[in-house]
Design a protein around this ligand. Structure first.
Ligand code: NAP
Length: 270
């Protein structure tokens, strides 16, 4: 990707970023590919007011690219010279690549979500919980694959705005048992909140034949995922989504086939 010889640095840019599993996961991937001598991956904590200047300084410091996480995914789009169609349509970028003085922005969250699903969501009925940055990539990906998408958010105006922009239908009182796929893209669960108190779901709504995706991840399965598994639903956790989006980013930077199993193992180790 970069024409100059020498170390090729990569990073995840966030604020805060200390909790990110991307450095361990991407370092394991570079080692598995035999690229660890030449390439490296680190975490950089940067506040919003310093983000643009930092990004523009990275190529000269030997960086070939970066992942971008909360709260910079919108700013990453603004600082880029070239946007992929997916990043432009979603309105957020989680991956930057620097090539010959040009900053390229991509969004691999959408492809990552689809790769993490056990089967295509085509013609499946999906309930997306949340209308923040993560929800935008999820809604875009599901619609592109031909799912029927409904979006619930605590602040209803936000889900209505998201659907006006991307498609899908905003719902205020969904019957969760009726959906084939339920995707939690809210931050509920991050600080130990009770998902069944905060979200329009009851334990009895979860059943066999459903797929439950929870983007929030921690050291053990979320309350939501544990309840879904107990009810016989298939579950996909946030770490699997993280692994798959990271794999797509690695493919963009290195052009190599990502070593998924090594990435999964490192991400799960934390
Ligand atoms: P965001 O833009 O700040 O959006 C947060 C969302 O959570 C909003 O819809 C917000 O609703 C909702 N929310 C927060 N507290 C709530 C509560 N108590 N009850 C109901 N809804 C609540 O954040 P984001 O970037 O979309 O990220 C959301 C989550 O996804 C985070 O936990 C993040 O770690 C995770 N994530 C995981 C991956 C992965 O690869 N696994 C990727 C991206 C994000 P309001 O609009 O009403 O405030």
């Amino acid at each position: 990707m970069e024409s100059s010889a020498g170390p090729r640095r990569l990073a995840v840019l966030g604020h805060p970023v200390g909790h990110s599993r991307s450095p361990a996961m991407q370092t394991a991937a570079l080692e598995a590919l035999g690229l660890a001598g030449e390439w490296s991956y680190e975490a950089i904590d940067v506040a919003p007011d310093g983000f643009g200047d930092l990004v523009l300084s990275l190529p000269a410091a030997g960086f070939a690219g970066a992942n971008v996480t909360v709260p910079h995914k919108g700013a990453a789009l603004a600082v880029a010279d070239e946007l992929s169609e997916v990043a432009r349509e979603i309105g957020a970028a989680n991956t930057l690549a620097f090539e010959d003085g040009v900053v390229h922005a991509y969004n691999t969250d959408a492809a990552g979500l689809l790769a993490a699903l056990p089967e295509s969501p085509r013609e499946r009925r999906a309930l997306v919980l949340g209308a923040g940055g993560a929800a935008r990539a999820v809604v875009w990906a599901l619609l592109r694959e031909g799912a029927e998408v409904e979006v619930w958010n605590r602040t209803a105006l936000r889900s209505r705005n998201l659907c006006d922009e991307l498609g899908g239908a905003a719902v205020e009182d969904p019957d969760a048992a009726a959906y084939d796929l339920i995707l939690n893209t809210t931050a509920v669960g991050l600080a130990g909140e009770d998902a069944f108190a905060e979200l329009p779901l009851a334990r009895g709504d979860l059943r066999e034949g459903q797929v439950l995706v929870d983007l929030v991840y921690g050291d053990s399965p979320s309350t939501l995922l544990a309840a879904a598994a107990e009810a016989g639903a298939e579950t996909v956790d946030g770490i699997e989504v993280l692994v798959q989006q990271g794999a797509e980013s690695l493919r963009l930077w290195t052009g190599r086939e990502p070593p998924i199993e090594a990435m999964r193992e490192a991400a799960r180790r934390g």
